[in-house]
Design a protein around this ligand. Structure first.
Ligand code: HEM
Ligand SMILES: [Cu+2]
Length: 617
C-alpha cells in the first residue's frame, strides 16, 4: 500500500478493502452503514405499528404479526441501530481524540463489527424463515419459552453473536484508552467524549456477560430440554427478569452516556468555551454509571419483590437524577456567556436539553414504586423511554454525525438540509410521543394490538401516527443530504469548526496512519491551547520515524460467517438432526480461522520515514 493512493478505484477494490479492513476509521464506516440500515428497518417497523394504531379496532396487521413488529422494532433499534451507531462515532472520533494511530487491537475491532453485522442478519432472517421473535425485546419467560415458532431462537442466537461483538469492542476501547494516549494526555486532559467512551466500555464489560448468561440459559431451555426458568420443573421465571435487567438497565446508560460526551464536545466547540465543570462532568458520569448498576429492579416493581426491595430500588433510581441534573446545568453554564454558533449539530444538542429533561422527569415519576403500579405497561412508559432514547440517543447520534461527518468523510453536510432534518424530526417526535403520556394515563396498555372505540383514545393515537410519519420525513431529508453531500458537498478543511480537540489537528479525512507524529498534549482542549498561543499546529511528541501498521485481514469476516452458520445450525437442530452438520461445520470453520490466525505470524508493515517526508512536500 502506498500513501499516494488517490486514484479512482473500482467497486470490487473498495468492497475488498472494507471486507478486510482493520482501520478504525473504516470500521466506523461499517458500523455507520450497518447501523443506519437497521435504523431504517426499525423505523419501518415503527411506522407499521403506528399505522395499525391509527384508529380503533384497526386490522392492517394481525395480532401475531403485531407482536413480531414491536418485538423486532425494539430489538432492532436497541441492538442493531442505536448501539452500532454509537460504536461508529466512538471508532471515528475516540482514537483521534487521544492522539492514537489505531485502537489497541485492530483485528478484534474488525471482528466486532462483522459479528454485529452477521448477528443482525441472522436475527432478521427470521422474517423469511417462518416468523420473527414475538415475545418483546425483553423476551420474558414463560412467554419466550412457550413461543412456538423459531422466532425466539433467532433472537437468542442473533443477539448472542452481535453481543459478543459489542463486548469485544468495549474491551478494545478500554485497552486503547488505558494504553495509547499521546504523551501528555493524562486522564484529566481527555476530551469528554473519550471519557464517556471509557466509562461506557466498563459498563459494556460488566453488563453484557449478564445478557450472555441469560441468553445461554434461555437457549438451553428452548433447545436442549433444561428448565432454568420452568417453575413446574423447579426453575424460576423471575431469574430471567433479573438477568435481563441486570444487563438491560445498564444498557440504557450504554446508550446515553456516550451521547452525553457528544453533547459536551458540541456545546464547548460551538460556544467557544471550555466545558464548564469538566471535573464534575467526569465524576457525574462515573456516578451515573455506578448507580446504573444498582437500579435494575425498578423494572420489576410489580413482580412482587416486596416493599423493602421496592423502596431501596426506588430511592436508588431517583438518586440518578442528581448527577444528571449536574450535567444539564454544566451544559447550560458552558453556553452561558459563550459566543454561540447555532448550526445543525448545535440544534440537535439544544433540542436534546428540554426533551431529555422531560424524559428524566417522567423517569423519576416511574421510579416511585407505588405510582408505577399505575403506569406499568401503559403507554406512559412507551412515552418515557422514547423521550430518553430518541430525545437523547438518537438526537445525539444526529448531533455527532453532523459534527464529525467532515472528519469521517472529508465533506461537510449541507447546513440548510441539516436544519430542515432537525425541525421536521423534532416536531414529529414531540407530536408522536408527548401525547402518549396522556394515552398511558388514560389506561392505554403497551404492546396491545388494538384499542376500543369510545374510550377517547382515538384522537391521541391519530396525532401520534401523524408525528411518526413526520419523523420518517426528517430521516428521508437526512438521507437526501448524505447523497447530495457525497456528490457535490463542500470539501472540509482539517478544522472546519475551529475545534478544540486533537481530531481537528489532522486532515479531513485523516490519512490511514492518523498522526504523522503523535502530538504532545499540554492540557485539556489540546488543540485550542496551541491555537491561543499562536501555534498553527500541534507540537510533535516524537521524532518523525517509520510507522508500524497492521495488515488487513479477511479473517474477521470469515470467523463471523462461521458463527453465523453455526447459529443457524443451533436453531434448526431441534427440527432435524441433519442440521448438526451446519452447527458443527460452522463452529469448526470459525475455530479453524482462529487457529490460522494464532499460528500465522502477521507482523504488519511499516510506512517508511522517507515516504512520510516525501508526502509532506
Ligand atoms: C421513528 C420513531 C419511533 C417510533 C414511531 C416508535 C414507535 C414505537 C411504538 C408505537 C412502540 C410501542 C409498541 C407497543 O407497545 O404497542 C415502540 C416500542 C419500542 N421502541 Fe420505538 N419508536 C421509534 C423509535 C425508537 C428508537 C429510536 C428506539 C431505540 C433506540 C426505540 C425503542 C423501542 C423499544 C425498546 C420499544 C419496546 C418494544 C417492546 O415493547 O418490546 N424506538 N416504539
Ligand atoms: Cu432501568
Amino acid at each position: 500500500m502506498s500513501i499516494a493512493a488517490a486514484q479512482k478505484r473500482s467497486f470490487s477494490t473498495v468492497l475488498w478493502d472494507y471486507l478486510t479492513t482493520v482501520d478504525h476509521k473504516k470500521v466506523a464506516h461499517l458500523y455507520l452503514f450497518g447501523g443506519g440500515f437497521f435504523f431504517l428497518l426499525g423505523g419501518i417497523e415503527a411506522l407499521i405499528i403506528r399505522i395499525q394504531l391509527i384508529k380503533p379496532m384497526n386490522d392492517v396487521v394481525s395480532a401475531g404479526l403485531y407482536n413480531e413488529m414491536f418485538t423486532m422494532h425494539g430489538t432492532t433499534m436497541i441492538f442493531l441501530a442505536a448501539m452500532p451507531l454509537i460504536l461508529a462515532l466512538m471508532n471515528a472520533a475516540m482514537p483521534l481524540q487521544i492522539g492514537a494511530r489505531d485502537v489497541a487491537f485492530p483485528f478484534l475491532n474488525a471482528l466486532g463489527v462483522w459479528l454485529f453485522i452477521f448477528g443482525g442478519i441472522l436475527l432478521n432472517l427470521s422474517w423469511f424463515l417462518g416468523g420473527a421473535p414475538d415475545a418483546g425485546w425483553t423476551s420474558y419467560v414463560p412467554l419466550a419459552t412457550d413461543s412456538a415458532s423459531h422466532g425466539v431462537d433467532f433472537y437468542v442466537l442473533g443477539l448472542q453473536i452481535a453481543g459478543a461483538g459489542t463486548l469485544m469492542s468495549g474491551i478494545n476501547f478500554l485497552a486503547t484508552i488505558v494504553n495509547m494516549r499521546a504523551p501528555g494526555m493524562t486522564y484529566m486532559r481527555m476530551p469528554l467524549f473519550t471519557w464517556t467512551t471509557f466509562i461506557t466500555s466498563t459498563l459494556i464489560l460488566f453488563a453484557f456477560p449478564a445478557l450472555t448468561i441469560g441468553l445461554f440459559l434461555l437457549m438451553f431451555d428452548r433447545m436442549f430440554g433444561s428448565a432454568f426458568f420452568d417453575a413446574a420443573l423447579g426453575g424460576n421465571a423471575i431469574i430471567w427478569e433479573h438477568l435481563f435487567w441486570i444487563f438491560g438497565h445498564p444498557e440504557v446508560y450504554i446508550l446515553i452516556l456516550p451521547i452525553f460526551g457528544v453533547f459536551s464536545e458540541v456545546f464547548a466547540t460551538f460556544s467557544k468555551k471550555r466545558l464548564f465543570g469538566y471535573t464534575a462532568m467526569v465524576f457525574a458520569t462515573m456516578l451515573i454509571a455506578f448507580l446504573g448498576f444498582m437500579v435494575w429492579a425498578h423494572h420489576m416493581f410489580t413482580v412482587g419483590l416486596g416493599p423493602m426491595a421496592n423502596s431501596i430500588f426506588a430511592v436508588a433510581t431517583m438518586a440518578i437524577a442528581v448527577p444528571t441534573g449536574i450535567k444539564i446545568f454544566n451544559w447550560l453554564a458552558t453556553m452561558w456567556g459563550g459566543s454561540i454558533k447555532i448550526n445543525s449539530a448545535m440544534l440537535w444538542s439544544l433540542g436534546f436539553i428540554p426533551t431529555f429533561t422531560i424524559g428524566g422527569m417522567t423517569g423519576v415519576m416511574l421510579g416511585s414504586a407505588v405510582a408505577d403500579y399505575q403506569y406499568h405497561d401503559t403507554y406512559f412508559v412507551v412515552a418515557h423511554f422514547h423521550y430518553v432514547i430518541v430525545g437523547g440517543t438518537v438526537f445525539g447520534i444526529f448531533a455527532g454525525l453532523h459534527y464529525w461527518w467532515p472528519k469521517m468523510f472529508g465533506r461537510i453536510l449541507n447546513e440548510t438540509l441539516g436544519q430542515i432534518t432537525f425541525w421536521v424530526f423534532f416536531i414529529g417526535f414531540h407530536l408522536t410521543f408527548f401525547i402518549q403520556h396522556f394515552l398511558g394515563l388514560m389506561g392505554m396498555p403497551r404492546r396491545y394490538w388494538v384499542f376500543l372505540e369510545g374510550q377517547e383514545l382515538d384522537l391521541g393515537n391519530l396525532i401520534s401516527t401523524i408525528g411518526a410519519f413526520l419523523m420518517g420525513v426528517g430521516v428521508i431529508v437526512f438521507l437526501y443530504n448524505v447523497v447530495v453531500t457525497a456528490i457535490k458537498g463542500e470539501k472540509a478543511a482539517a478544522d472546519p469548526w475551529d475545534g478544540r480537540t486533537l481530531e481537528w489537528s489532522i486532515p479531513s479525512p485523516p490519512p490511514f496512519y492518523n498522526f504523522k507524529q503523535v502530538p504532545l498534549v499540554r492540557g485539556l482542549d489540546a488543540l485550542w491551547i496551541e491555537k491561543t498561543e499562536g501555534n498553527r499546529q500541534m507540537t510533535p511528541g516524537e521524532p518523525l520515524d517509520d510507522i508500524h501498521m497492521p495488515n488487513g485481514s479477511i479473517m474477521p469476516f470469515l470467523m463471523s460467517l462461521g458463527f453465523f452458520v453455526a447459529g443457524i445450525g443451533f436453531i434448526y437442530q431441534t427440527d432435524h438432526k441433519l442440521w448438526f452438520l451446519a452447527l458443527y461445520g460452522g463452529m469448526a470453520f470459525a475455530l479453524g480461522t482462529m487457529v490460522v490466525r494464532s499460528l500465522k505470524d502477521d507482523l504488519g508493515y511499516y510506512v517508511k520515514k522517507e515516504e512520510l517526508e516525501r508526502e509532506a512536500k
